[in-house]
Write a protein that binds this ligand. Structure first.
Ligand code: NZQ
Ligand code: ZN
Length: 380
């Protein structure tokens, strides 16, 4: 195992009715800014629960943090927070609302433009932030990352800051999610695990088994969710599974990939394709192109997750790649770029961007512009 520091300070408050805990979780006397997305919380009753829990407290509301939150919107929120003197932020929504609010938290304590923070990749100081999660996918509720888009230039990058102080996870909030959002959430969860697992074998039994536990759980619950999205026990596993997939827990002391995510962010930036939907496509290309490099782990994953233990190594890997693709298709997601009308123009632009910034992603630092092209071509 490699050296590592693990320090995740987010308090998770899990379960039915837990939004009522807000008054205790947010320190008394603080001026609060509550941030929301486009209005789903008004329709499903979550807004009313938040308002009831915070009765008598001093807050302002900022509405309209969009999916793939933009720096343009965040600038408006920072202006409102400054005017109000907000000292505590409460994000009520999915990964986008939480990520946008993470940049608001940093921007409130920064004199320049918040896009500087995104480009730097790191926030120095932040206003404390709590969350009420309404969409499970990103793990943003229990990690320090945030991914922000700039509409003007069609760019999308991650930066890192502080973890949320607390996050409330009530599985009942997920009952109102559209099926496609759940499909994208399961895809995101699955690929988060693969980014931290599908590298080289023999680094840590513990990390492997934790990662495989989450993969098995996602595969088992997906059909149960389609049967009944109001099954509290199943939605609980989905909610906690998504959080555990990206809260630093399964990557202690092991190498990580993340090339699929970096290519996926470009597809979202250029085409607006939902995050989980980009991953369901790109991961198939990544696994195919990096098949040799990931051979040992592909064999382990094939055997332990899909029960593929017979035949030559080549046959086993072929069947493993096929099973993985079939899983994403079972979620109702595309697995090829052409299905989304994306082709050579986009591939050329992503290759150009990777070359221009000189990036090298992946556990072997070998996913550059040319490799990104090969990966994207493999998912045409
Ligand atoms: O805006 P509203 O009206 O609330 O509707 C949202 C939005 O349209 C809707 N929704 C959320 N909760 C709902 C609901 N609809 C009905 N019932 C509910 N309970 O769902 C739509 C999508 O929400 P969004 O927050 O965009 O989804 P998600 O949680 O998947 O977040 C995606 C963003 O997170 C980034 C992605 O790149 C993308 O920008 N990521 C953040 C990460 C992180 N911070 O660690 C890591 C991830 O890899 C990812 O990159
Ligand atoms: Zn993701």
């Amino acid at each position: 195992m490699n050296n590592f520091v693990y320090h995740n300070p987010t308090k998770l408050v899990f379960g039915k009715g837990q939004i009522a805990q807000l008054a205790k979780l947010i320190p008394a006397g603080k001026k609060i800014m509550i941030t929301f997305g486009g209005g789903s919380v008004r329709r499903n009753g979550i807004y009313d629960q938040v308002v009831k829990a915070l009765e008598g407290r001093d807050w302002v509301e900022f509405w309209g943090i969009e999916p793939n939150p933009s720096v343009e919107t965040v600038r408006e929120a920072i202006a409102l927070g400054r005017e109000h003197g907000s000292e505590f932020l409460l994000a009520v929504g999915g990964g986008s609302v939480i990520d946008g609010t993470k940049l608001i938290a940093a921007g409130l304590l920064y004199d320049g433009d918040p896009w500087d923070i995104v480009l730097k990749g790191q926030a120095d100081k932040t206003v404390p932030l709590g969350t009420v999660l309404t969409m499970s996918a990103t793990g943003s509720e229990m990690n320090s990352g945030s991914v922000i888009s700039r509409q003007e230039t069609k760019e999308k990058y991650a930066f890192y800051g502080d973890y949320p102080v607390f996050s409330i996870l009530d599985p009942e909030t997920l009952y109102s999610l559209p099926q496609r959002q759940i499909a994208c959430g399961l895809s995101d969860t699955f690929v988060h695990v693969l980014e931290q697992y599908m590298t080289t074998p023999g680094q840590s039994r513990l990390m492997d088994r934790w990662a495989e536990g989450i993969l098995h759980t996602v595969i088992e619950i997906a059909p149960k969710i389609w049967e009944n999205q109001h099954d509290y026990a199943v939605m609980s596993e989905y909610m906690l599974g998504a959080t555990l997939a990206l809260n630093d827990m399964i990557r202690m002391g092991v190498t990580q990939d993340w090339a699929t995510h970096m290519i996926g962010h470009e597809l979202t930036a250029l085409h607006g394709l939902t995050h989980g939907a980009t991953l369901a496509i790109v991961i198939n290309g990544t696994l195919r192109v990096l098949r040799e490099q990931k051979r040992g782990k592909l064999l382990q994953y094939g055997e332990r997750i899909w029960g593929i233990a017979d035949g030559s190594e080549e046959e086993r890997i072929d069947r493993t790649l096929e099973a993985t693709k079939k899983f994403f298709r079972s979620l109702g997601l595309s697995t090829r770029l052409s299905e989304e009308g994306i082709g050579e123009t986009t591939i050329a632009e992503i290759e150009r961007r990777f070359n221009a910034s000189g990036v090298k992603y992946g556990e072997a630092q070998n996913v550059d512009g040319a490799a990104a092209r090969r990966i994207l071509e493999a998912c045409m």
